[in-house]
Design a protein around this ligand. Structure first.
Ligand SMILES: Nc1ncnc2c1ncn2[C@@H]1O[C@H](COP(=O)(O)OP(=O)(O)OP(=O)(O)O)[C@@H](O)[C@H]1O
Length: 276
């Protein structure tokens, strides 16, 4: 294990104090501009290659959209990044020096990679604000003590987050009474509370109304630069609203990459995914 990895592991074992510090802030080396680099990653299930020598990188502060047909390997790719699935071969680097394949799932979350699954998983009986406080604390068991000594910085951060996720007016509302879209924004806020360097979002607008989808696009665009993001989506209108660079996955590897207009005009992409 090299020095940086050892340092990262120690930092991740320490955890975050009140969710306000990000222990790896100084150890994540992104001098070459990439926050994530997958190199030649292969994952097989019973001989079937869900990922087949996948190579892909995400720039610091970038909002990358990943599209592709069912079974292309999008979820498997996110599982590999977050440590849920180990690749058979290949490497997955977070910054220049942290090899994610050497870390367990909770460590990877501590390292600064947040993942939003398709279904919202907020605490329904708690208010919007309490959900954010909990996320900031990072652990349910510390909530009581946190509430007693919520620092000024934490209060400010929660106020900021409420504005970012467009729920400032609903801070006291039980999360269970929010609309589907509002629950998704709350969950994004809960992830942001942990100050992720990289945010993985799996079909964030599935089931949303058009108005909610538009607001989500605005929200994600507002996070650009501050957080690096990878968004897997099938909703092409939404992708059109947020996309800079789009990666098309098919059969476990990158089929095409470029602006949405470029990949939409690519005959191979039309053939396997978009249709005529
Ligand atoms: N645990 C597993 N065991 C066996 N096969 C799996 C497993 N996980 C995924 N697969 C297979 O790997 C391939 C890639 O699946 P994956 O879920 O990554 O695709 P996807 O691009 O996310 O698809 P979708 O758009 O439908 O979510 C599929 O053929 C799937 O059946």
């Amino acid at each position: 294990m090299n020095a940086n990895t050892a340092e990262a592991r120690q930092a991740s074992q320490r955890g975050t104090a009140g969710g306000l510090s990000r222990p790896l802030e100084d150890t994540l080396d992104t001098r070459h501009g990439a926050i994530l680099y997958l190199d030649d990653v292969t994952v097989s299930f019973d001989g079937f290659r869900a990922l087949n020598k996948l190579t892909l990188d995400i720039g610091v502060g970038e909002l990358r959209c990943v599209i592709g047909p069912n079974g292309a390997g999008k979820t498997t790719m996110m599982d590999v990044i977050t440590g849920k699935t180990r690749p058979d071969s290949g490497s997955v680097f977070f910054g220049q020096t942290i090899d994610l394949t050497r870390h367990a799932e909770p460590e990877i979350a501590q390292l600064g990679i947040g993942r939003k699954f398709q279904k919202p998983t907020v605490f329904e009986a708690m208010s919007v604000q309490e959900n954010l406080e909990l996320a900031l604390a990072g652990d349910k068991s510390v909530r009581a003590s946190l509430m007693a000594r919520l620092t000024g910085a934490a209060r400010t951060r929660i106020d900021e987050l409420l504005v970012t996720i467009r729920l400032a007016d609903l801070r006291q509302r039980p999360a269970g009474l929010l609309s589907h879209g509002q629950k998704q924004w709350l969950e994004i806020g809960m992830l942001l509370a942990q100050e992720p360097r990289l945010l993985l979002l799996d079909e964030p607008v599935a089931g949303m109304t058009d108005a909610e989808t538009e607001k989500t696009a605005e929200l994600l665009c507002s996070l650009r630069g501050r957080h690096s993001m990878m968004v897997v989506e099938h909703d092409m209108d939404f992708v059109g609203q947020i996309a800079q660079k789009v990666t098309v996955l098919a059969e476990g590897r990158v089929l095409a990459e470029g602006s949405l207009a470029q990949v939409q005009a690519d005959e191979r992409v039309i053939e396997v995914y978009l249709g005529r």
